[in-house]
Design a protein around this ligand. Structure first.
Ligand SMILES: [Zn+2]
Ligand SMILES: [Zn+2]
Length: 398
């Protein structure tokens, strides 16, 4: 379906010789929109245009500060909403979503790269930053995160992958149909058992970590309890913090652990082939509407639907499930020491270069949260998956 929104929209100078990938890339269809909208669309989709230059070149610290600022913004918005009360309370989900985005960014991006020692390149700094984040979020301490996650890198999607063991413990099993999988996700996201067990595991991991790390948790909890009691903040904290930090965090975890890799059977594969077959880039959005030959009202209607879907479907997905470089999680598996703070552009260039050194090209999945979940459980049946050639194939446009 993506072929119909093909290379016609690509800038003229690229028309002589264009990577085959551009012909099946919905992002390219968005060139039809004004230039000022392009950085937003790049952030939202997770995919730059093939000739786009980054508006900002990020540093790891810059990424973390931005995530921290997002958390503070979400919390302040929540405080304001509670202050005005009444109808304003309907705005609380927006504050929860913003806070959850910042929290998930700090955990799945900053702490994640700290445990890989690719945050500051100074080991003790990475450990310190990771431990502070995990303490405040009541998330997996650095040692535990590192041990589990390095096993995940060694055997993604095999039965010994800790992420696979976790997902199986929530009721997932290989071979689910799309319908069974959707029902299981919906059921688990609201399951008190799932959330209770997950929260308990977070508490236990924070109290069974190395002594210095347990001390950090105890000091943090004592200070937090004293402050909330002194300033009568328990109700506000419960509303604005625990919903994103417990409920939404754990929903995002479940969905992210599934959709960040494909449930391809790689038990018979080895090495880079086994890794490449289960790694996927997740991109939000869809081609712009085809309006040629339509009347003014039809055109306006199609564009209105497209923009409503951008803000009501794709934006919440991007915020909750795909903070930071989660869209480019496959780049991280293929090239763990790449410039993750600018992953969207690094991945694009690696795709265009043909993924040198890899036997299988990059795999993209486009669309909504449902499309991404369908693709992960049905990787050879999904029409939203694009498989790139593993070499820099260039073909002239017709
Ligand atoms: Zn990793
Ligand atoms: Zn992974």
């Amino acid at each position: 379906m993506f072929l119909e929104h093909s290379t016609d929209t690509v800038a003229g100078r690229l028309k002589e010789s264009i990577p085959v990938t551009a012909a099946i890339n919905p992002r390219e269809s968005m060139r039809a929109l004004p230039r000022f909208a392009q950085p937003f669309l790049t952030w939202l989709t997770g995919m730059p245009l093939i000739d786009e230059k980054p508006l900002v070149v990020w540093t790891p610290v810059g990424r973390s500060l931005a995530a921290f600022a997002i958390v503070i913004s979400g919390l302040l918005l929540g405080c304001l909403i509670l202050r005005f009360s009444n109808w304003w309370l309907f705005g609380l989900p927006v504050s929860w979503l913003i806070t959850a985005n910042g929290i998930r960014d700090l955990y799945t991006v900053t702490e994640h790269y700290c445990i890989h020692d690719t945050y500051s390149e100074v080991h003790w700094v990475d450990v310190l930053v990771g431990e502070v984040i995990s303490t405040v979020l009541l998330a997996a301490p650095v040692d535990l995160f590192r041990a589990d996650h390095l096993k995940h890198h060694a055997v993604p999607r095999l039965d010994s992958d800790p992420d696979v063991l976790f997902l199986k413990s929530t009721g997932f099993h290989r071979g689910m149909t799309r319908q069974e999988f959707r029902a299981y996700i919906a059921r688990t996201c609201v399951s008190p058992v799932y959330h209770g067990r997950y929260l308990w595991s977070r508490i236990v991991s924070n109290l069974t970590a190395p002594a210095h790390r347990v001390a950090m948790t105890i000091v943090y909890v004592v200070i937090l309890c004293c402050a909330l009691t002194l300033f009568h903040g328990w109700t506000v904290w419960t509303v604005i913090w625990t919903v994103p930090a417990v409920f939404l965090f754990q929903v995002a975890s479940l969905v992210n652990y599934h959709s960040e890799h494909l449930w391809d059977d790689v038990s018979g594969a080895t090495g880079r082939e086994a890794i490449a077959r289960v790694c996927v880039g997740r991109f939000c959005g869809e081609p712009v509407p085809a309006t040629d030959g339509r009347g003014t009202f039809a055109r306006l209607g199609l564009w209105a639907i497209w923009w409503v879907r951008i803000f009501a479907v794709h934006l919440p997905h991007r915020l909750l499930i795909l903070p930071g470089d989660q869209s480019q999680h496959d780049l991280h598996h293929r090239r763990p020491r790449s410039d993750w703070a600018n992953a969207a552009f690094v991945r694009r260039d690696d795709v265009l270069a043909g993924a040198p050194g890899w036997p299988i090209g990059y795999i993209d999945v486009w669309g909504s949260l449902v499309d991404h979940l369908d693709a992960c459980v049905d990787p050879y049946g999904s029409k939203k998956i694009v498989r790139h050639a593993p070499t820099a194939y260039r073909a002239p446009l017709r």
